[in-house]
Design a protein around this ligand. Structure first.
Ligand code: GLY
Length: 337
């Protein structure tokens, strides 16, 4: 048999043989439906997403439901209850992505309660991916979202008043999350509050992946600052052939390495979700170790088998998992102690 014939034959036969076998393996190993999300507040978020997934709903509807849930929490660093920027204004970032690589995002959105649903509308009703600031707000109102008062929550008001007393009119970065209850904000050792980001990824009964991210961003940021959360490939990336990833922490560091896209690409190369996250964290640390010691970034990822993993720069990143097998919080591994 000449080489051309051999290649032709193997192209016809080998994939058939392999695909039967690997389909069987995939079927046995697959952990679906499943939802994973950042932080311990992810437990309540997962519970909402699970209502959709366990009724054979889509992963897209599930991640939106989870994100909406936390955006409703007034004492949370996500949604309108979150901390303001240094001018005292709460600005929200969110994005959503489905299994067909459709995606939508909003950034710097003011006075709208559910940025995740506006992001979904951007995805479904416009030819665009990201709307920002006044334009995003105008689009939201045109699509039936209510314009809220813009008043700070009591927690946020107190925190902002405290920050104004001692701030140098500059944003601060978060290092370690302290356990302050399910919807409490992140605090520094000195008690300075900072942000959380809710990122979640789900796989539904069909094996389709989607993800969502919502945040009020870094507390006391410069007005107009946008972090990684609404940036596809930074705060969230979904590739339905491979897996999906999301991130939390200092968005600037994530954007610099296109973090979640990188994590998914590492999974494409065959790395497990945890190893893929670790390799992305390594990239951040390698770039500037001194700086890495002063910031927190955590990546969280899932592959097509429903295997998941996380990795962070520092101790303190946790994530929540809900599937038919478990419903719990996990500590992320980390690189620097
Ligand atoms: N990771 C969220 C932010 O930096 O805004």
């Amino acid at each position: 048999m000449n080489r051309r014939k051999f290649l032709g034959l193997s192209a016809l036969t080998t994939p058939l043989l392999i695909s039967k076998k690997s389909l069987a393996n995939t079927f046995q190993a697959q952990n679906k439906p499943i939802v994973i999300s950042t932080w311990d507040s992810g437990m309540a978020v997962n519970a909402e997403a699970w209502k959709v997934l366990s009724n054979k709903g889509s992963s897209l509807d599930a991640v939106e439901a989870g994100a909406i849930h936390i955006e409703n929490e007034i004492n949370c660093c996500v949604g309108l209850g979150g901390y303001p920027d240094r001018d005292g204004i709460v600005t929200l970032d969110a994005c959503i992505m489905d299994h067909t690589a459709n995606c939508g995002a909003v950034a710097g959105l003011e006075r709208i309660k559910h940025p995740i649903s506006v992001a979904r509308k951007v995805m479904e009703k416009t030819p665009h991916v990201i709307l920002v600031g006044n334009g995003a707000q105008q689009f939201a109102v045109e699509n039936g979202f209510m314009l809220e008062s813009g008043e700070l929550s009591n927690d946020a008001k107190n925190a902002y008043t405290e920050w104004l007393k001692k701030n140098e009119y500059k944003p601060v970065i978060n290092i370690e999350r302290k356990q302050n209850g399910p919807f409490a904000p992140t605090f520094f050792d000195d008690g300075t509050p900072n942000h959380d980001t809710m990122g979640l990824v789900a796989m539904d009964n069909n094996g389709d992946l989607s993800g969502a991210v919502t945040t009020s961003g870094m507390a006391f940021k410069v007005h107009g600052r946008v972090g990684d959360s609404p940036i596809i490939g930074a705060g969230l990336f979904v590739d339905n052939e491979i897996g999906a990833a999301t991130s939390s922490g200092v968005g600037e560091e994530v954007i610099r390495i296109c973090g979640t896209h990188l994590v998914v690409e590492f999974m494409r190369q065959g790395y497990s979700p945890e190893m893929a996250c670790k390799k992305a964290i390594e990239r951040i640390v390698k770039r500037d170790k001194a700086k890495a010691k002063t910031v927190q970034v955590g990546f969280l990822a899932m592959n097509k088998k429903g295997q998941y993993g996380a990795y962070a720069i520092q101790k303190g990143f946790v994530f929540s998992v809900k599937s038919n097998r478990e419903n719990q919080i996990h500590d992320s591994k980390y690189m620097l102690s």
